[in-house]
Design a protein around this ligand. Structure first.
Ligand code: 5GP
Ligand code: MN
Length: 352
């Protein structure tokens, strides 16, 4: 996901400050004690984005180089990788969810804040010999057994790289490419608040493997079919500005239907970056995009510039995310879903 701000503080105790040395030691031990023929299953969240795929595949490539032979990567839902990521190294690790090991020796989850984000693969948390969770969402619910959850990390790939380092797996260009895609996706190409010195130091280590950031960025962020450009024109043309919303901080929003996608012959992934074209609106603190995924069903993306904690809105409406980037699945008509968001916004001011 793209998280344009600092992480929130929904977890308490050690989880809010990141993994302890004991957590790291448990994760390292879980990998080190695997027998030679162990089956390892990597799972990232449904509708995977750059951080989900990049952290999972980058870690998977590292594990494979360290000698893990029976290794699968997967995600719930249709086994289709969004077009911008179809060139990533490590795609050969991917299997459709239906083919995933039913009872792996180790399952590792990436970038999923809650069990619901694992869809039909959620049962592996119980059937696997060990369950390790790598994530950076403050809203992480604490599912799984070993938790490497760092809400201060800019991306799950930050956590994945540290675990590889602690496993003494050196970076190579393929792993670095995946982790770089993840890091740039979640920091908005190093623009968001979470872009700490450590983020740039990680980027430096990744670039030192010889990967080409210009090529990577163009493939991931700057290449879309012409139909997507036309679709954006139409959908942005119907954007609405509600200045009174969020106690006067302002809300800008739009929606895209399945029919819009069909008319322009586009796949749903092209709408992932739509929120970035909407959230630049100067007159609104909060931006919202409703993407139709079924009859009366919408995948909702929300962003805030700081006055509103949109993760509070998302959690209240059954989803999750970060303070300044969050989402949920809304049911009903678009106006109905929007009405629910508007009703939650006033109570989600960061000062309250
Ligand atoms: P995006 O708007 O880029 O899809 O997602 C922004 C953030 O909200 C991400 O951190 C993502 O994990 C979270 N998010 C988006 N949709 C959902 C959802 O349906 N459920 C949960 N729990 N989190 C979501
Ligand atoms: Mn992420």
């Amino acid at each position: 996901m793209t998280a344009p701000g600092a992480a929130g503080g929904l977890l308490s105790g050690s989880a809010s400050t990141g993994p302890t040395e004991d957590d790291w030691a448990a994760a390292v031990a879980a990998v080190r004690r695997l027998p030679a023929d162990a089956r390892v299953l990597l799972i990232c969240h449904v509708n995977p984005d750059g951080d989900a795929l990049g952290s999972m595949l980058g870690f998977g490539l590292g594990l494979r180089r360290s000698g893990v032979r029976r290794l699968q990567a997967t995600f719930p839902g249709p086994p289709e990788v969004p077009e911008p990521f179809r060139w990533l190294p490590g795609l050969d690790l991917l299997v459709p969810a239906v083919e995933a090991y039913p009872d792996p020796d180790l399952v590792v989850c990436f970038d999923a804040a809650s069990e619901s984000r694992l869809g039909e693969l959620v049962d592996r948390l119980d059937t696997a010999g060990e369950a390790l969770v790598l994530d950076h969402h403050a809203s992480n619910t604490g599912f799984g057994r070993i938790h490497l959850v760092d809400p201060r990390a800019a991306a799950t790939s930050v956590v994945a790289e540290e675990l590889l380092a602690r496993l003494d797996v050196p970076l190579d260009a393929d792993t670095a490419t995946c982790l770089y895609v993840a890091l740039t996706t979640d920091t908005g190409s190093f623009r968001f608040e979470a872009t700490t010195p450590a983020v740039h130091q990680l980027a430096a280590r990744l670039l030192a493997t010889g990967i080409r950031p210009g090529d990577i960025s163009r493939r991931v962020f700057d290449t879309r079919p012409f139909g997507a450009v036309r679709l954006f024109g139409e959908v942005l043309g119907r954007a609405r500005l509600d200045r009174a919303a969020a106690a006067g901080r302002g809300l800008v929003w739009t929606y895209a239907t399945l029919d819009d996608l069909a008319r322009h012959e586009q796949q749903p992934y092209v709408l992932e970056s739509l929120i970035d074209s909407v959230r630049c609106t100067a007159e609104a603190d909060v931006a919202c995009v409703l993407k139709q995924v079924g009859v009366d069903e919408w995948a909702v993306s929300m962003r805030s510039k700081g006055a509103v904690d949109v993760s509070r809105v998302a959690i209240a409406l059954g989803g999750g995310g970060h303070r300044f980037a969050a989402g949920f699945t809304g049911r009903g008509g678009a106006q109905e879903v929007l009405g629910r968001i508007r009703a939650e916004l006033d109570g989600a001011l960061t000062g309250s």
